[in-house]
Design a protein around this ligand. Structure first.
Ligand code: PLP
Length: 351
């Protein structure tokens, strides 16, 4: 048996736990607490099963057409992946050569580092300031150029957005490809989609997912919008049929009901406000989140202790050890009822 040495030494990405116990209040993977559009039920119940004999549309034209309408671009500007995680891995194949690097901020979405290890290229971190504010990205290190910079905005797990002028100035001066990962943009006050469709843009891609705001993490569908040349390169290296037929049908139904998604995002934002204000009034440090989660520092007890105690009480949140993140908990925004139970439990634990 022979395993590639890059894989042998690889530390795999650790996704948040998916407990089978239905009694758990699950605030650990930034899923949406509200159901997806009822239009999905309609299309699934009328879906002609016989169609499954055939392969799906390899370039998902119907879904791309709808995404193009939503963002005011052409279908040639759009690539779709089996979750935005797949969009990222396709980008790592398309835009990075063996002697180049992938870069991102730190802390940020931890999958990026794993992606570089899978691709067997160097990873370059750009460490954020202590308050998680913007720092100029490192674009070259030890003579190796960062060919692909993955910029999460709003950032995870910090929950904060970076100033648009900073992102814009960086993207326009950068020689590599920048992917602005907007997994959480529907919960934010502003987004960067206009940078992806701006005339003359040659290197900026904006990525979205249906996993969060559209309540479809189980579907696995993410997409990105960018310059035609870059998008074309992504099609060259993707799997032949990366989006199955049912996912295409469901995604289309969801994308035809943007209003449903927006209403849910609004409910999440309202609960985020309430949770933030309540925890602040108890002395917690809660930065002003632009996402469907908060990244909060408990008032009295260490974050890890609270994490463990919450778990014992069947409330799952996320804890990331380490200097830059270890004092905080990432807590996804749940329903009003879940938030009440979380707040009640925290009242007892953080004394
Ligand atoms: C910043 C960021 N990007 C991408 C993803 C992955 O999304 P998807 O479910 O579309 O693969 C996540 C998931 O948590 C995320 O936090």
């Amino acid at each position: 048996m022979r395993i590639a040495s890059s894989v042998e030494k690889l530390t795999p990405y650790t996704p948040g736990e998916q407990p089978q116990d239905v009694d758990v209040i699950k605030l650990n993977t930034n899923e949406n607490p509200y159901p997806p559009s009822p239009k999905i039920k309609e299309v699934l119940s009328s879906f002609d099963i016989d169609k499954l004999r055939r392969y799906p549309d390899p370039v998902f034209n119907a879904v791309r057409k709808r995404i193009a309408e939503i963002h005011g671009c052409e279908i040639d500007n759009i690539f779709i992946g089996n979750g935005s995680d797949e969009v990222l891995s396709v980008a790592a194949k398309a835009f990075v050569q063996n002697d180049e690097a992938i870069g991102s901020f730190d802390p940020s979405y931890s999958l990026y580092k794993t992606l570089a290890a899978i691709r067997d290229v160097k990873f370059v971190s750009s460490f954020l300031n202590a308050d998680y504010s913007w720092t100029d990205p490192v674009i070259s290190k030890d003579g190796i150029d960062v060919a692909l910079f993955l910029l999460t905005n709003p950032n995870a797990p910090t929950s904060l957005s970076f100033p648009k002028e900073k992102i814009k100035a960086f993207a326009s001066s950068y020689k590599g490809v920048v992917i602005i990962d907007e997994a959480y943009a529907d919960f934010a006050d502003e987004n960067m989609m206009d940078l992806a469709i701006a005339p003359g843009n040659e290197n900026t891609i904006v990525m979205r997912t249906l996993s969060k705001s559209y309540s479809l993490a189980g579907l696995r569908l993410g997409y990105c919008v960018g310059p035609k040349e870059l998008i074309e390169a992504m099609y060259k290296v993707k799997d032949s049929y990366n989006i199955d037929m049912i996912a295409q049908v469901v995604a289309l139904a969801a994308l035809e009901d943007v209003e449903w998604m927006k209403a849910n995002a609004e409910r999440v934002r309202a609960t985020r406000r309430r949770l933030t204000d309540e925890l602040r009034s108890r002395g917690w440090d809660v930065p002003e989140s632009q996402s469907n989660f908060i990244f909060a520092k408990p008032a009295k007890r260490p974050a890890q202790e609270i994490f463990n105690k919450l778990r014992e009480n069947h409330i799952f949140v996320r804890y990331f050890p380490g200097e830059a993140t270890g004092e905080r908990l990432r807590i996804s925004i749940g329903t009003e009822e879940e938030t009440n139970r979380l707040l009640d439990c925290l009242l007892k634990l953080d004394k």
